[in-house]
Design a binder for this molecule. Sequence first.
Ligand code: DGL
Length: 290
Amino acid sequence: MRKVAGAHIVAAANGAAPLRKSGLADNRQRPIGVFDSGIGGLTVLKELAELLPREDFIYLGDTARLPYGTKSNEVIIRYSRENAEFLLAKGIKLLVIACNTASAVAMDEIATETMVPVIGVIEPGAQSAVKISKSGKIGVIGTEATIASGAYTRMIQRLRPKAEIYTRACPLLVPLVEEGWIDNQIAEQTVSHYLGSLKDSGIDTLLLGCTHYPLLRPLFARVLGRGIRLIDSAGATAGSVRERLSALGLARREGQGRQSFFVTESPDRFIRVGRRFLGPQVESAVRIER
Ligand code: DGL
């Protein structure tokens, strides 16, 4: 894969159709690629589809190899590359890394190697948190790999050097959400356990740095009480995608967008759990071999 600035893209090494300088109208019609380690990225797709209803989306969930949040950087980068290559071969015009873990660990590699614009969730999420926080005391929660990478901390500090950042890995929240346990006693105890020290540190903003956490918003709000604003990266990322598409003249001007789903494991669980994340439009998914 090779990259040239902006939307002026040169030949593709992997068979993907490059965006054409002279064919903006054709480029506009192309789909947007979105990948995640599995199901969680559907929270990002939900925001994207709401904000950009004219666009087609191709979603790849690497369900055979999730979770990414407990894996090493080397493995996360390798998987992310493979996901990006699959989507590029579908002729996408822009790539969204919906997975916080992949964005935290592999964003630089993917962005440098990829022929189309790449948007991850870290920068948009950090920008939102920095904008919302009055005191500059910001909490960040995510998977072990996301927190260990320090990606959110670095980005927040870049945007607001005097920010005080408190982080916490919350590994049990992903399986709880996938199990549908978002409002029972076990979920409440787990969330209270993870968020207790963050609450005590006096943060005024909590950045939900994982695809699954938007489903726990009501519980987070209850446990944290008033006075702590919750920011998730999904909505902010959709806003960044819209801005980038319009800056590059790549936004569709008419029509009704469609979504298609690809997974790397049997689609049954993806469809069943995915409906809770996105809604009834998760009707079918195509399994790809890895
Ligand atoms: N999608 C991942 C993230 O946002 C959570 C699930 C996983 O660990 O793979 O970090």
